[in-house]
Design a protein around this ligand. Structure first.
Ligand SMILES: Nc1ncnc2c1ncn2[C@@H]1O[C@H](COP(=O)(O)OP(=O)(O)OP(=O)(O)O)[C@@H](O)[C@H]1O
Ligand SMILES: [Mg+2]
Length: 441
């Protein structure tokens, strides 16, 4: 149910703890209820009746004896055997006051017990400063003052019971917290390792531990991580090999052309071939950096704002107007080469398609955000995701081929995700494309 979802704590720790403690507390409440309702009620009633019975008994005895000696003997016996301290006030009249009872239930029980056993008017005071219970009874021509210690009315089991209840609950709760903590820790470690791997920091060593299911999940994760690493390594090796092999004949061709150039200076065919070769080199570089990914580069704390500034410098003389307001330093952990590649690819696209490029950077609470917008033709909505695919290019009259390989955005997104971030495309109010790069800090 919706409200349950709302109320239930999100973390496994608190959930498990509640699952353990709620039944415990419920059980104790039921037990306490039964105890008070049955046991305590009976016990306190008996105690009260005990006092009332003693008092009434002594009173009857006194009323039957007229000799002073015998009466004294009765009073002494009452004091000795029943802890009932009595003195008689001859000729006194009991004022018609309301009983002075403390807020404890037992006091009212005592009052009720007295009323049940006693035919004479009486007054009970349980709020005496010396802690004793005072019962005064109006007899035909005297007042009988009774004092008895409060402990005759108290049943110690009440306190012991409550103490045990609270004590055992506390012990159980402490044990539960202790054990649960240990159960949750391996899950946290697994989360941490998976998170780190997602961000590309896979040097983290991690051993499965904890309950069987958690260990199974952890070793499944470790196997998956190894498989992914192997896959990436194979891809890297293959593409690096191919690109490297292509580079050798390409370099040879460049050399031969350079020698030719001396003889036929300025020939347009040769210029075209040189241009093509430069383009091929650029593509091979991209293949290589795509294949390499961010392998082998360690994250360092760098200033994104500084980095942007440096990249923009390289595009100053292209006839493109790039505006960038340098902000206060955005210091976050990045792989500098890879992040630079990512920024270059985004800015390269923007300055290729537009004449006006606007770049903004800001540091939020949880993410650093870089926005790169241009006034070019933009990209239709259904292609905003497509253009991230490797080798995908739009190729229309409005956005002609860039001459690249179509890997720029694939690499950029790879880098962003390798930092735990993401790149999203939308429409810029400058008319072209707006790329938003977000990196968590
Ligand atoms: N700012 C932009 N404005 C309009 N279209 C864009 C923009 N950026 C990218 N595109 C489209 O997305 C395609 C893919 O871009 P991507 O950067 O991946 O490859 P590329 O620029 O063609 O080649 P490479 O970057 O590998 O040299 C581009 O070919 C282009 O059609
Ligand atoms: Mg590009």
């Amino acid at each position: 149910m919706a409200w349950q979802k709302h109320l239930a704590p999100r973390g496994l720790f608190w959930r498990s703890l509640l699952i353990m403690l709620i039944p415990l507390v419920l059980l104790q409440c039921v037990m306490a209820y039964i105890f008070y309702e049955r046991h305590w009620d009976t016990v306190s009633r008996r105690l009260a009746l005990g006092i009332a019975g003693d008092v009434v008994y002594v009173m009857h005895e006194l009323q039957q004896e007229q000799s002073i000696l015998a009466r004294k003997w009765i009073l002494d016996a009452a004091k000795r055997e029943m802890q009932i301290d009595i003195n008689m006030e001859n000729g006194a009249i009991l004022p018609n006051d309301a009983p002075r009872l403390s807020s404890r239930i037992i006091d009212r029980v005592l009052h009720a017990a007295m009323a049940e056993r006693m035919n004479f008017p009486f007054h009970i005071d349980t709020r005496r400063p010396d802690g004793k219970l005072s019962i005064r009874i109006q007899l035909p021509n005297e007042v009988m003052n009774v004092l008895t210690p409060r402990k005759r009315l108290d049943s110690s089991t009440t306190y012991i019971f409550v103490l045990w209840m609270v004590g055992t609950s506390l012990i159980v709760a402490a044990l539960a917290i202790l054990f649960l903590r240990n159960q949750i820790r391996p899950i946290r470690r697994l989360v941490h390792a998976a998170d780190a791997f997602g961000k590309g920091q896979d040097a983290l060593s991690f051993k499965p531990s904890g309950a069987r299911e958690i260990r199974q999940a952890a070793s499944a994760f470790i196997k998956m991580r190894a498989r992914i690493r192997r896959h990436i390594d194979q891809r890297t090796e293959m593409l690096a090999g191919v690109s490297h092999d292509l580079r050798t004949p390409l370099t040879r061709m460049k050399l031969q052309l350079a020698m030719l150039e001396d003889k036929e200076k300025g020939s347009s065919e040769i210029k075209e071939i040189i241009g093509d070769i430069a383009e091929m080199e650029h593509m091979i570089d991209e293949y290589l950096s795509f294949a390499r990914g961010q392998e082998g580069e360690a994250p360092v704390i760098a200033d994104l704002s500084e980095m942007l500034q440096a990249v923009i410098e390289g595009y100053k003389n292209n006839g493109v107007n790039i505006s960038f307001l340098k902000t206060s330093p955005i210091l976050i952990p990045v792989r500098p080469q890879a992040m630079k590649r990512c920024l270059i690819n985004l800015i390269e696209n923007a300055s290729h398609f537009g004449t006006e490029v606007r770049i903004k950077a800001k540091l939020g609470d949880v993410v650093a955000e870089i926005i790169i917008e241009d006034n070019g033709p933009g990209v239709s909505d259904n292609q905003k995701e497509e253009i991230f695919k490797p080798f995908y290019q739009v190729n229309t009259a409005r956005s002609p081929n860039t001459g690249g390989a179509g890997l720029g955005l694939a690499i950029a997104r790879d880098v962003a995700r390798g930092h735990g971030g993401e790149i999203r495309m939308s429409d810029s109010d400058m008319g072209g494309l707006k790329a938003e790069l977000k990196i968590p800090i």
